[in-house]
Design a binder for this molecule. Structure first.
Ligand code: TYM
Length: 327
């Protein structure tokens, strides 16, 4: 039976990219045979933390979101990364067999630099901790969005370096992308990848006026509705595609391509998107509101999850220490 594991950073409100690239997959996969581990990557979030109170709040928010979206603690282990400190120990062991060059090639790190983010050592060594997360649980599959695939490949490399030096300790993991390419890389309001660090996100549970305002900010151009256009090149369409049935989406595309008096304007597309988002998350939004009233339930899930996860990570840590001569 495969072990399936993934993590989400509590570094801001979870957005549509996190949902389609990761959480929706995670919730769906829990019904497949295998062991399922999902965690809140709070050690990783320290690379961009805005203070203790906010971090605590964000951690709670990710847990609430997972449960509201349907993650079932009887099927999947949900836990906080920092409840398993063994991963930081494993990250050090991996650091000692990994060359600087590998980390220097990380797209996500280079991307952050290009966006003017001043890097800490933690940001630079981020893939080491992520590899430790993956390898600690003997993960076979890591369901992530496209932006994290390189990090999973780095975990494969690091497992190989360690095993090459000390014998077979770590299992080789594989990234698992959502079936639809549109879900693996969701665009943000500006058409770039939707990302907390770029401020171009739509929160999963946004609704009403606030949602309308976010959707209003999606980039469009000044071409009139009558002008025929390629729908795939329009950000509102790229987002609509994620929510509509294939038939309905095809109908919108046909009208946009044809242009003329019957063609929808950007305002129409945005209105349909708002309705679709409200509807898609209505049940989860209600469940989230219920869970907010029961913080003890959420805390219990995280505590129970940590106990299971930690036992597993300890065994891997012990194996690794033994192999490299520290036991
Ligand atoms: P994070 O918190 O940035 O993102 C969480 C998940 O959401 C996916 N994602 C997207 N998918 C499609 N389109 C987008 N625009 C989009 N934005 C984000 C990400 O691919 C990810 O699957 N390093 C990880 C957290 C982590 C982790 C791990 C993941 C730490 N350790 C071990 C897997 C295994 C991260 O920052 O994800």
């Amino acid at each position: 039976m495969p072990t399936i594991l993934s993590g989400v950073q509590p570094s801001g409100q979870l957005h549509l990219g996190n949902y389609f690239g990761a959480l929706a997959q995670h919730v769906a996969l829990q019904h497949e045979p295998g062991e399922h581990f999902y965690f809140i990557a709070d050690y990783h979030a320290l690379t961009t933390s805005k203070g203790a109170a906010e971090l605590r709040e964000r951690v709670r928010d990710v847990a609430l979101s997972y449960l509201a979206l349907g993650l079932d603690p009887a099927k999947a282990v949900l836990f906080r990364q920092s409840d398993v400190p063994e991963v930081t120990e494993l990250a050090w062991l991996l650091a000692c067999v990994t060359g600087m060059g590998l980390l220097e090639r990380a797209h996500s790190y280079k991307d952050k630099l290009a966006h003017g983010i001043r890097p800490s050592v933690g940001l630079f060594t981020y893939p080491l901790l992520m590899a430790a997360d993956i390898l600690a649980y003997d993960s076979d599959q890591v369901p992530v969005g496209k932006d994290q695939v390189q990090h999973v490949e780095m975990a494969q490399d690091m497992a190989g370096y360690f095993n090459g030096a000390y014998g077979e300790v770590f299992k080789r993991p594989e990234a698992r992308l959502p079936a639809a390419a549109a879900e693996a890389k969701v665009p943000g309001l500006d058409g770039e990848k939707m990302s907390k660090s770029y401020g171009n996100t739509i929160w999963i549970f946004e609704s009403g006026k606030a949602l309308k305002k976010r959707i209003g900010a999606i980039v469009t151009d000044s071409r009139p509705p009558e002008e025929p256009k390629d729908p795939e090149g329009l950000v509102p369409c790229q987002l609509l595609k994620l929510f509509l049935s294939a038939e309905e989406y095809a109908q919108w595309c046909e009208r946009i391509r044809a242009g003329g008096p019957g063609a929808p304007g950007y305002g129409h597309l945005k209105l349909r998107l708002q309705e679709a988002i409200e509807q898609h998350f209505a049940a989860a939004r209600a469940e989230r509101e219920r869970l907010v009233q029961h913080p003890e339930q959420v805390e219990r899930v995280l505590r129970d999850g940590a106990a299971v996860a930690r036992a597993r990570a300890r065994a891997t840590r012990d194996r690794a220490l033994q192999a490299c001569g520290l036991r």
